[in-house]
Design a protein around this ligand. Structure first.
Ligand SMILES: Nc1ncnc2c1ncn2[C@@H]1O[C@H](COP(=O)(O)OP(=O)(O)OP(=O)(O)O)[C@@H](O)[C@H]1O
Length: 301
């Protein structure tokens, strides 16, 4: 289990993380979502032991991460711009990681290498950005980490490689209970891959839960009533995060238990009532809108 408890991280006097608490279960694929500048990369760097928090604790299996080289040899972090030792080839990086990671699996390194069309004797920085990212995954999988920490991992990967990488992640989670923490803006990808997520905004955690539980908690409702002012009464009793009126039909997004919401609406004898599930992307956008973060449509015109 990975835990952040009441973590405060300051940089240049700015509070980047403000009493952040997160719980990441072993064997889970955990998605870290959030607005730009929310603090996701900062969290990943704390988890990887690159940064030290100013307050609170960051632990893996109840051990502090920072300056814990034994623990760090069970983790692999792929940053948003993967970096390698200057002028190293993939083969040289492999030898470097072999020394660093007791779990290094040479057979797996060879096996994955056969699937990739990459010359392991060429200097890594001579490859394109996408191929460099493939190499980062290749090396990461070969270290067989217990904790794989990924910052915007699929950027720049072509669709075939992207799909193969995701399959390998799922396979390694299933086979040996690897824990994966992914920061991403690609919400459909997160929805496919992750079982738990958190939504971060301005250094605070807004939501953290099982992805299915979160989806069960948000509903898109389309409703029409015989009396036009009924909706005003419902606005007071329901926890609406978004509202639109389209002629006689009201459309709103509401948080809460589905049966309870239906009960409240039914008492006004609706002429029409549709309840739809939301995608993770819609939940994210409406959650941000509730915080007045959303970029208003007219600004995009
Ligand atoms: N070295 C630094 N010095 C000062 N401030 C920093 C530093 N690194 C990050 N920050 C600030 O910390 C905040 C959080 O940055 P972070 O990179 O963690 O956000 P993020 O959620 O990963 O953003 P994005 O989605 O845009 O990549 C930002 O306001 C950023 O400007």
């Amino acid at each position: 289990m990975i835990q952040l408890k009441q973590v405060v991280k300051r940089m240049n006097k700015d509070v980047i993380l403000d009493k952040m608490s997160l719980n990441i279960q072993k064997g889970s694929i955990y998605g870290l979502l959030g607005s730009n500048g929310a603090g996701k990369t900062t969290i990943l760097k704390l988890l990887a032991g690159i940064y030290k928090q100013n307050e609170g604790t960051v632990t893996v299996e109840e051990q502090a991460v920072f300056e814990n080289s034994k623990l760090k040899s069970r983790m692999f972090f792929i940053a948003d711009y993967p970096s390698f030792l200057p002028h190293y080839t993939t083969k040289q990086m492999a030898l470097f990681y072999k020394e660093l990671y007791p779990s290094w699996n040479g057979e797996l390194f060879k096996k994955i290498g056969k699937q990739l069309d990459i010359n392991e004797n060429k200097k890594i920085h001579h490859f394109s950005k996408g191929v460099q990212r493939q190499i980062a995954f290749w090396l990461a999988f070969a270290t067989e980490p217990e904790y794989l920490i990924l910052d915007e991992p699929f950027d720049g990967l072509d669709p075939v490689i992207r799909s193969n990488v995701k399959k390998l992640i799922v396979q390694q989670v299933a086979e040996r209970e690897m824990t994966v923490i992914i920061s991403s803006h690609n919400l459909s990808e997160v929805e496919d891959l992750c079982d738990h997520i958190s939504i971060i905004h301005k250094g605070k955690c807004l939501i953290e839960n099982d992805i299915d539980e979160i989806k069960l908690d948000f509903h898109k409702i389309q409703v029409a009533f015989p009396e036009a002012n009924t909706i005003e009464q419902l606005k007071k009793s329901l926890s609406m995060v978004h509202f639109e009126q389209r002629g006689s039909v009201s459309m709103f997004i509401v948080k809460g238990e589905k049966d309870d919401i239906i009960k409240q609406i039914d008492q006004f004898n609706p002429l029409l009532l549709d309840i739809l599930a939301l995608t993770l992307e819609e939940i994210f956008i409406y959650q941000m809108e509730e915080l007045d973060y959303a970029i208003k449509e007219n600004l995009l015109l």
